[in-house]
Write a protein that binds this ligand. Sequence first.
Ligand SMILES: [Zn+2]
Length: 496
Amino acid sequence: MRSYIKVLSMCFFGLILFVPIALADNSVKRVGGNSRYGTAVEISKQTYSTASTAVIVSGNAYADAIVAAPLAYQKNAPLLYTTTDKLSYETKTRLKDMRTKNVIIVGGTPVVSSNTANQIKRMGISIKRIAGSNRFETSARVAKAMTAPSKVIILNGFLYEDAPAIIPYAAKNGFPILFTNKTYINSATTAVIKDKKIRSSIIVGSTKSISNSVNKKLPSPTRISGSNRYELAANIVQKLNLSTSKVYVSNGYSYSDAIVGALLAAMNKQSLIVTDGQNLSVGTRKIIGSENASNFTVIGTPPAISTKVFNQLKNPVVGETIFIDPGHGDQDSGAVANGLLEKEINLDIAKRVNMKLNASGALSVMSRSNDTFYSLQERVSKAASTQADLFISIHGNANDSSSPNGSETFYDTTYQATKSKRLADQIQPKLATYLKTRNRGVKRAGFYVIKYSRMPSVLVETAFITNSSDASKLKQSVYKDKAAQAIYDGTVSYYK
Ligand SMILES: [Zn+2]
């Protein structure tokens, strides 16, 4: 009996130990359909099984969709797209499935035709249309239809790129989105601000989108801007302190996906960030890193968000700033033996690590990317100023005798002793295994760069330049790549 309990409890502890390792990748889920219409339908399924009211806009009228999103939220209604002249098949099916009784069409007949409206009516659904003669009037009329807003969001009516990330905040708080021209505010916009007794406003976008001349026409305006759409989205999340426990990610150019994705984010009280669909943008990586985000829902199917981006989000190094320090440089060659200059080997391997990390969604920074000399102190302060999360110094080993050989990894205990050792413990065995070198183990040493760097830091001695067998490996690209792969894989498992 006792042994039975012992076995059982061992199994139990085994499970506890095993599960976190198995779940160590970031969580990434994809929601999308075969078209913008299908994607809106799939998104509606995330929130609704039935919906008495739905909001419908043209799949090509982004301005209408942007202002319709906060309205849809307030009406507890999904936002669906249609083609102009005919109700899209996916949307029609979805309206039936949700047993929808009321549809609010946002946009005039040039974008959602009377024929389309009649098709909806023939399904036994009653219709209300909110439209003006232009996008400014439509946005003002949607704002009028919203309940007691205290604040408004101001966007350039012709630049959709500024809109997606603000939608979750606008929707959740019941703030209408109103449009302006770049240098002057349309009278429809100022009229609704007055009618609704709006007391404050947020201008979204840089002065390239909306110039400062519009400020004086707005009630106590504040501005959120960014140098590009990715950074703007990140700044919105940060400045408005939006939740990132689950982050929605959309292509910054696929407005139709981004708008319905933003509404889904709002429904879940979360944020939406936008990115390049082929490779995570720098601004996106930064916000992921600073928020420590690890749970993502991507909006849309490839190519809107590629498998590469999906996998970058999944990788636990995503958004981490990793400082790669190839030892020596210029007049300081490091070890010289067997026809090798250590500085060249270090740089070659470091460049490969840098490439692997960048391809995985990390933000890697190199102390040097060419044959330049920097002092040890300069390397440490550069890592500090880039606010690096990890410091990895790459060296080749040397000895007066040609017999010592193998790989070893050093850490120091001045700062971050535990984490530095953990990183060394992850890199070192992989290095020896991949390079088929002698495993000299993880060691403690107060080398300057790892002693004075305040983030977790290690110094990797890939192999001995002074040993002919080790050196013959360091001469080959395939082994230099293996060394880089070991450092990269060790870094990834450190984050797991
Ligand atoms: Zn060295």
